[in-house]
Design a protein around this ligand. Structure first.
Ligand SMILES: Cc1cc2nc3c(=O)[nH]c(=O)nc-3n(C[C@H](O)[C@H](O)[C@H](O)COP(=O)(O)O)c2cc1C
Length: 237
């Protein structure tokens, strides 16, 4: 879907006192977005991924920081939820990919309960996208390739950080960084076996966009299994 440049932002008839909306927007929104969720957009066979791609492209053009930042919800074996931000590094029809330390809290939770929910919120576009589904490890080759693309200091950091475990003080972390920098002073920094990518595979997508008077648009795509086709449903806001 091509980015539209002719659309104008719609005035907010119900502005929040906390809203610090800039007078001018840099990314198309409002009327543009309203046009996007017409039925013909939703019925296309490549939805919802094509719609995600289009919204993400707008977020990349318009968001100040980390348009690929997403809240990742996991739950432990007792069902207690947990939530944190991670960065999406890849997406396609198979789902969204993030990288982390598999021995972190989220890694341990995913080992016990390999399911997650993800939320993107693009504040300046006034849109959110949710997805839910099972989580799989990406291939070793994919993790290796992404790890190798990271700055050297980040690769050292992946060795030095025992993510989510107690740290006695900042100095202990600095010592660990220095030790691994010395160990890998020459040649490539290999990927630690515990550091890898996860792919959240969507059974459920929901696209939400702001509309006047809180009568927002919500469109969902749901399927019962990963090989089934998605069914689109509109929801009351
Ligand atoms: C914008 C943003 C992006 C982040 N991206 C990642 C990421 O891609 N991978 C990661 O392991 N932690 C990332 N973090 C840190 C996590 O939010 C979290 O603190 C860390 O992964 C430990 O989480 P856990 O204890 O639940 O495992 C990010 C934090 C922020 C605020």
């Amino acid at each position: 879907m091509a980015a539209e440049t002719h659309c104008k932002p719609h005035p907010d008839p119900n502005p929040s006192p906390n809203s610090r909306r800039p007078a001018k927007r840099t990314a198309p929104s409002g009327d543009c977005a309203r046009e996007r969720l017409k039925n013909d957009e939703m019925d296309r066979p490549d939805a919802p991924v094509a719609l995600f791609r289009a919204w993400f492209a707008e977020a990349q053009a318009g968001e100040l920081n980390d348009p690929n930042g997403m809240a990742l919800a996991t739950a432990d074996a007792n069902g207690l939820p947990d939530l944190r931000m991670v960065l999406m590094k890849e997406f396609d029809e198979n789902g969204v990919v993030f990288y982390t330390n598999g021995e972190s809290a989220k890694g341990r939770q995913l080992a016990e309960n390999a399911q997650a929910a993800v939320l993107f919120h693009w504040k300046s576009l006034r849109r959110q996208i949710r997805l839910r589904g099972p989580v799989e490890w990406v291939s070793e080759a994919e993790s290796d390739a992404y790890f190798a693309s990271r700055p050297r200091d980040s690769r050292i950091g992946a060795w030095a950080s025992q993510q989510s475990r107690p740290l006695e003080g900042r100095f202990a972390l600095e010592k660990a960084v220095a030790a691994y920098a010395a160990r890998y002073a020459v040649g490539e920094v290999p990927r630690p076996a515990y550091w890898h990518g996860y792919r959240v595979r969507p059974l459920y997508w929901e696209f939400w966009m702001d509309k006047p008077f809180r009568l927002h648009d919500r469109v969902t795509w749901r399927r019962d299994s990963l090989d089934a086709p998605f069914e689109m449903t509109r929801l009351y806001p």
